[in-house]
Design a protein around this ligand. Structure first.
Ligand SMILES: Cc1ncc(COP(=O)(O)O)c(C=O)c1O
Length: 429
């Protein structure tokens, strides 16, 4: 067996199952789950119908690169959304949801035989870095390659890093700065060993969107140390401010990086179009990274089926359903957030469909105790924040918080919020 499999951590929902194993939820209340971050709004009928258009294609193998019509639809969406003209042939690639792509991308990019980044062919390495030399002894003494990711984070980043033979480094999010990740806390010797950086904007679970200044910082670091940036943007279309979230490629273009050097963004239809079961998304960015990723995917056998391609073309080409979907989330968050803000430290996020709330003091900061008691007394499931983060540099930045996914109907989310208010008020001594 691959020994790296044993380094994988239990998924947050496995831990939740264990936490709740001995809890009997109060039968006086109907069960409500704010636990799993899975879209629950209805799938638009036109997307279902569009699947039929691909049925004829079932008699042949699909190309890993996807049909030109799909790549064109994706590039045209990028043009409308971000004002960027991408080459559909070289700068976009369909994937079967962003989850598999985030994982597969790490397997493509990471070189487990050396720490730090090696310049891509034809690209001189910028800045004087302590790593990347050809001296094997020096390399071995420095250790394994590093993948930097936010903390808390989407667990696939960690699993992707571990199975690629890299060591994850967790950079904490800072509640005092709208949960921005504290990239400055990452030591230079860690950056020097870094081959891949995951960023998540809008963030899961924090909902924070990275501003241009933060992108500038990360691009500077990437230029200096040569690592690749994987930008997970699967919540980009669910936002609560006037401005849509800044995309990674958009940020790069604004900063004059028109070749998107060392940058790949991951996007998905799952949340945008309420089709998590479709398994459809795409990656975009640096053509010098898309090419080897396509090669990897060809061997991995991760071509998108024609039925999914057909539905995806229809979904990317339509924006009206996305506007409606966003409006549903906006009115839901506008109702639920103030109810909860009466009793706990919680605010409307920039984007995404989570509330990331602090556990009130009466619970001694224990997100797990809060979650267990809430289920026992009020039959509401929330996810303890510590399960979404790792203990790193001496603390777990998810501890003392809970994540609430507002994916159910508004009435159900409001009902859950009212029960949480009752629960907290009855615990204030
Ligand atoms: C931060 C983040 N990235 C990626 C994904 C994967 O989404 P999908 O594979 O459906 O595109 C999720 C799903 O919940 C997520 O929360």
């Amino acid at each position: 067996m691959n020994p790296l499999l044993s380094t994988l951590q239990p998924y947050p929902f496995e831990r939740l199952k264990q936490l709740f194993a001995s809890v009997t939820p109060n039968p006086a209340y109907r069960a409500i789950s704010l636990g799993i971050g899975e879209p629950k709004h209805a799938t638009p009928a036109f997307i279902e119908t569009a699947m039929l258009g691909g049925i004829k294609g079932l008699s042949g193998y699909p190309a890993t690169g996807g049909e030109p019509a799909l790549r064109t639809a994706m590039a045209q969406w990028v043009q409308r959304r971000y004002g960027l003209a991408l080459d559909p042939a070289t700068q976009v690639l369909p994937v079967n949801g962003s989850r598999e792509a985030l994982f597969a991308f790490a397997q493509t990019v990471i070189d487990p035989t050396q720490p730090g980044a090696r310049p891509a062919p034809g690209r001189p390495k910028a800045g004087g870095t302590p790593s990347g030399g050809s001296d094997a002894h020096e390399v071995a003494s420095v250790g394994a390659p590093v993948v930097v990711c936010p903390n808390p984070f989407y667990q696939i980043y960690e699993g992707a890093a571990l199975l690629a033979g890299a060591t994850p480094y967790y950079a904490p999010s800072d509640p005092a700065r709208n949960f921005a990740v504290d990239w400055d806390s990452v030591p230079a010797e860690v950056w020097a060993r870094t081959q891949l950086l995951f960023v998540c904007s809008p963030g899961n679970p924090t909902g924070a969107v990275m501003p241009l200044s933060e992108w500038q910082k990360l691009f500077d670091l990437s230029d200096r140390y040569g690592f690749v940036i994987a930008s997970d943007e699967c919540y980009s279309e669910i936002y609560f401010r006037d401005e849509p979230p800044l995309g990674g490629l958009e940020a790069a273009a604004k900063l004059g990086r028109s070749d998107f050097k060392n940058l790949i963004a991951f996007t998905s239809l799952s949340k945008r179009s309420n089709v998590p079961g479709l398994r459809s998304g795409f990656v975009m960015g640096d053509a010098a990274l898309i090419k080897p990723f396509l090669l990897y995917r060809t061997y991995h056998g991760s071509a998108m089926g024609p039925v999914v391609q057909s539905a995806s073309i229809a979904a990317w080409n339509d924006e009206a359903h996305v506007v409606d979907n966003r409006a549903l989330y906006r009115s839901k968050f506008a109702e639920v957030t103030p109810i909860l803000a009466e009793v706990m430290d919680v605010a409307l996020p920039d984007a995404g469909f989570y509330l990331w709330a602090a556990v009130p003091e009466a619970f001694n900061g224990s997100d797990t105790a809060f979650s267990r008691e809430l289920l026992a007394l009020y039959n509401v499931v929330v996810l303890p924040g510590s399960y979404l983060a790792r203990n790193a540099q001496g603390f777990n930045p998810g501890a003392g918080r809970i994540r609430m996914a507002l994916v159910a109907e508004t009435a159900e989310c409001v009902e859950a919020a009212r029960r949480i208010v009752q629960f907290i008020q009855s615990n204030v001594h």
